[in-house]
Write a protein that binds this ligand. Structure first.
Ligand code: SAM
Length: 207
């Protein structure tokens, strides 16, 4: 990363961390996952797309709601998030077997030689897709794809409202396909796509 690129990522990361800390400081479960049937169905579908595996990575784990489910499927779990406020809650939710790391995806790398049998990116990539840090956003795809072991599963689950946002979320999947991953399954979760209500594009890819 050049000095300019590092500065851009630092500045964007600083603002994202501040924003996310503000959101999570409003109180537990700011996205109302617990009381939302849509969110529960989304997490259920994400979980159902994975099988028991050796090592899993979750990016943007927030308060660890999905991380706790992942910990039942994978022998080893690494989960990262840019917000220390969210991670503090995740720490209380998940057991000591989960490695939680405060990190910006763009500046994080796994331990040398580590790969993952499963990688989960839920409602996180659109935080990185900003004009100021576009080059670094694009670089994220080959990096993440290289961390997935052969035969491994990548889960993408991103909310959208309306056709423009759906196309944008499909763009995430297309970038991973361009990195050699194969789409195994894709579907829309939630009701009311035609009325522009929030739905989730779930894409399951393999290497
Ligand atoms: C909307 S929450 C999604 C939580 C969970 N992944 C899910 O699917 O429900 C997005 C999370 O991504 C985190 N995040 C945003 N930008 C990030 C970055 N550059 N690196 C790591 N985490 C990031 C935020 O702090 C937040 O906790």
């Amino acid at each position: 990363m050049s000095v300019l690129s590092s500065l851009r990522v630092w500045w964007h990361g600083f603002n994202t961390r501040r924003k996310m800390n503000r959101v999570f400081s409003r109180g537990e479960d700011p996205y109302r996952y617990a009381e939302s049937p849509y969110e529960r169905a989304r997490l259920d579908a994400m979980e159902a797309s994975l099988k028991p595996c050796a090592r899993a990575l979750e990016v943007g784990c927030a308060e660890g709601l999905f991380t706790a489910r992942l910990a039942k499927l994978a022998r080893e779990v690494v989960a990262l998030d840019i917000s220390p406020v969210a991670l503090e809650r995740a720490r209380r939710r998940v057991g000591a077997g989960v490695r939680l790391e405060e990190a910006d995806l763009r500046r994080w790398s796994p331990e040398p030689g580590w790969t993952f049998s499963a990688i989960v990116l839920g409602d996180v990539l659109y935080y990185l897709d900003k004009p100021l840090v576009q080059a670094e956003f694009v670089e994220t795809f080959p990096r993440v794809a290289s961390w997935l072991e052969r035969g491994g599963t990548l889960v993408l689950a991103h909310g959208f409202a309306g056709p423009k946002e759906r196309e944008h979320r499909e763009g995430f999947r297309k970038r991973f396909e361009a990195e050699g991953l194969t789409l195994r399954e894709e579907r829309v979760l939630g009701e009311g796509e035609s009325e522009g209500k929030v739905c989730c594009l779930l894409s399951i890819l393999t290497k």
